[in-house]
Design a protein around this ligand. Structure first.
Ligand code: SF4
Length: 65
């Protein structure tokens, strides 16, 4: 089942990696620590995605339908 997409506001992101820690199912990190989002935010992951958005120190994460 498809879901929403997690988008990163690149100018705001400072590669702190918290989103990967909170949502490892769909967020990996590149060699510099920037998030690599793979796959949709399925209904089961919406709660974790919202927690990652709230925890991001740069407010750089958005959920899009
Ligand atoms: S938590 Fe926010 S600032 Fe940190 S890597 Fe993820 S999007 Fe970037």
């Amino acid at each position: 089942m498809s879901g929403q997409r997690l988008e990163v506001d690149w100018p705001s992101c400072q590669a702190r990696g918290l989103c990967h820690e909170l949502l490892p199912e769909i967020v990996a990190l590149d060699r510099w620590g920037y998030p690599l989002v793979h796959g949709d935010v399925t209904p089961e992951l919406v709660g974790a995605a919202k927690a990652a958005m709230k925890a991001c120190p740069r407010n750089a994460l958005r959920l899009r339908a």
